[in-house]
Design a protein around this ligand. Structure first.
Ligand SMILES: [Zn+2]
Length: 105
């Protein structure tokens, strides 16, 4: 029983990471996995379309912004994009506008 619980928790953590990489929100993936099951949580993440804004927010938190020239994620401190060599030195790091009031905390 203890082993099943441990596997449940570990797989839930894996699913929450998968949700975060898809921009769907780490906590959403974690709760779906803990309450329903890691398998159900993973399947929900699999059929969900990636959330572009959520992904941008997660990347921003990790210290990356989207290049305005090629739309690839690059470091906030970068002056030149490593993908397209475009000048990004004048970019001010900022998050995209919140979709609704509940997210604007
Ligand atoms: Zn670029």
């Amino acid at each position: 029983m203890g082993l099943l619980l441990l596997a449940w928790l570990i797989l839930s953590a894996v699913v929450s990471t998968y949700f975060e990489r898809k921009g769907l929100g780490r906590s959403k993936g974690l709760w779906l996995s803990l309450l329903l099951s890691p398998v159900v949580g993973f399947l929900i993440g699999l059929v969900s379309t990636p959330d572009e804004r959520g992904l941008t927010k997660a990347k921003f938190a990790a210290g990356e912004i989207k290049c305005p020239h090629c739309a690839e994620f690059i470091k906030i401190e970068a002056n030149v994009c490593r993908y397209c060599r475009g000048d990004v030195s004048t970019l001010s790091p900022q998050l995209p506008a919140p979709r609704n009031e509940s997210e604007a905390v």
